[in-house]
Ligand binder design. Structure first.
Ligand code: ADP
Ligand code: ZN
Length: 526
């Protein structure tokens, strides 16, 4: 029970934060936690998770202890709170001993409303003993998916959180995340002993974001077209997989007169900080970055998020695209996706460290992402369904605006798969996509002649489809697990499922890539 003197949550919201009303499920969560209950909160990025623990920390007696992996943002978060008159501090590895002592003293004297902690602090006995000597209002576990191995962002330090609960069983806990499928949610609840907690799931729908996934041809040129035609002068984020590609893409855009800045973990901390602050403060800056950039970035007017490479999971894709349009205005999430992405990602999983189960999980995450790319359904509905929520076709994504045809790809699939089979069984050879396509389309390249592949019965059996069409076929075979990538040369092999296709026991539905890119919303609709 709260003492009668405790301030009402709504008063705190208005007086301290200057907002009129709670948003979405905030009130429900806040009242529950203020009353001492545990909660597991799923809210999309930008949904307003912070207030869910900040307000109860101010309402309840003692200090709200916030565990967050976002060390780089703690200073900013604390500064922002202090500017509102909230007594906040943090403890992490970036501090000098004096700063740390000051924060510890303030906590012990009961002069902190909020204390942010890096998860690795919880492994240090002195931190636990410090916490024990003060008064804890609640524990907030931010980015709670980090505790789940099934998730895409597992952090071993989060496992220490169960000890915290054992030590302070009566302190209410609120776990928050923006990314959680049913499986991850269950794992979070189990690992944090929150199975009895109130679960609150906000809608993951982002109606102002137009989701588009385009066949990748010349990605930088496609990106430039997008920026020039639809987002001139707009701020946005371009995600690339590698540091090198980040730098090359940023250079390319700058060469085209677009104010672009690179951001990746290989740059000096000082350069990163400078680029981040320019992105936040100046108008129309395009940040070209690896996924190292973006967690916790609160810039409302990001008008587009472009991916030049395939994200590893739907969770990642949703979180990254979710940085667009936090202000609710129309925004674009654009992804260029092609055969090479699938080959590369499959290979990365194959070469990744970790046991079989780990690789299997990575494979499942990738499969879900590929299914989103290859779908003929509404992208937004697919995304919502992935997060366990229903939805109606949005009328705004690329598949709604230009419905892709689906077609029966069984015969082309059989042609490619039997080529792979013959090469392997008759000649003990295996090849990559380009050469396979040359064989089925009957192209007499030097390599074809060198290996006498024009002698194969499958040579030229696929002249009815163009090379781009064949690439789409191969891509979808990979996406559907009917072809596997193997070895350092990234050659193709059959899978268990391929034999069903070869025996004619399995059909292979495919998506026909639209010829023209979707570009329908005019800027005047803002
Ligand atoms: P999340 O952590 O879920 O990504 P934040 O807590 O950073 O989201 O909130 C996103 C933005 O929404 C912030 O700018 C925050 O100030 C604003 N916000 C949150 N709750 C409210 C509210 N009830 N009324 C108005 N603005 C809000
Ligand atoms: Zn749609």
């Amino acid at each position: 029970m709260l003492p009668d003197t405790a301030p009402a949550p709504l008063d705190v919201l208005r007086r301290v934060f200057g907002y009129d009303a709670f948003r979405g499920p905030q009130q429900e969560v806040i009242e529950h936690v203020c009353a001492g209950g545990d909660a597991l909160v799923l809210m999309p990025t930008g949904g307003g998770k912070s207030l869910c623990y900040q307000v109860p920390s101010l309402v309840r007696d003692g200090t709200g202890v916030v565990v967050s992996p976002l060390i780089a943002l703690m200073q900013d978060q604390v500064d922002a709170l202090r500017a509102l008159g909230v007594r906040a501090g943090f403890l992490n590895s970036t501090q000098n001993p004096d700063e740390r002592r000051d924060t510890e003293r303030a906590y012990l004297d009961g002069e902190l409303d909020l204390l942010y902690l890096a998860p690795e602090r919880l492994r240090v006995p002195s931190t636990l003993s410090l916490l024990g000597r003060g008064r804890i209002a609640l524990f907030a576990i931010d980015e709670a998916h980090c505790v789940a191995q099934w998730g895409h962002d597992f952090r071993p330090d989060y496992l220490a959180l169960s000890e915290v609960h054992e030590r302070w069983p009566d302190v209410p806990r609120i776990a928050l995340t923006a990314t959680a499928t049913e499986a991850t949610r269950t794992e979070i609840a189990q690992r944090l002993d929150l199975t009895a907690a109130k679960q609150v799931v906000a809608s993951f729908d982002r109606p102002n974001i137009q989701y588009r996934i385009a066949p990748k041809n010349e990605p930088r040129k496609q990106l430039l077209d997008l920026l020039r035609a639809e987002h001139p002068g707009d701020a946005g984020i371009v995600y690339c997989l590698s540091r090198k590609s980040v730098e090359q893409t940023a250079e390319f855009l700058v060469g085209q007169g677009i104010p672009a800045l690179p951001y990746h973990a290989g740059l000096d901390a000082e350069v990163r900080a400078r680029h981040q602050s320019r992105f936040l403060r100046e108008e129309g800056v395009v940040m070209v970055a690896t996924i190292a950039f973006g967690m916790g970035i609160d810039k409302p007017d990001v008008r587009f998020v472009a991916h030049l490479d395939l994200p590893k999971s739907v969770e990642g894709y949703y979180q990254e695209t979710g940085r667009a349009g936090r202000d609710g205005l129309p925004s674009t999430a654009w992804l260029a996706y092609g055969l090479a992405d699938v080959v590369q990602q499959r290979k990365m999983i194959d070469e990744s460290e970790g046991d079989r189960a780990h690789k299997q999980r990575l494979g499942q995450h990738l499969d879900a992402m590929l299914a989103l790319c290859e779908t003929v359904q509404c992208r937004r509905v697919r995304l919502l369904n992935y997060f366990g929520q229903p939805g109606e076709p949005c009328g705004n994504c690329d598949t709604c605006l230009t419905p892709p045809e689906s077609w029966d790809g069984t015969i082309p699939a059989q042609k490619i798969l039997s080529t792979v089979w013959r090469l392997k069984n008759e000649r003990n050879q295996s090849f990559g996509a380009g050469h396979l396509i040359d064989i089925v389309t009957g192209k007499r390249t030097a390599k074809v002649e060198q290996f006498a592949h024009d002698q194969l019965t499958v040579f030229g059996v696929g002249a009815d489809l163009s090379e781009p069409e064949w690439r789409a076929v191969v891509r979808q075979l990979l996406a559907q697990g009917l072809l596997a990538v193997q070895g350092a040369y990234q050659t193709f092999a059959l899978t268990d499922a391929s034999s069903e296709v070869l025996r004619g026991e399995r059909e292979v539905p495919m998506r026909r890539d639209p010829v023209k890119a979707t570009r329908t919303r005019s800027r005047s609709s803002r």
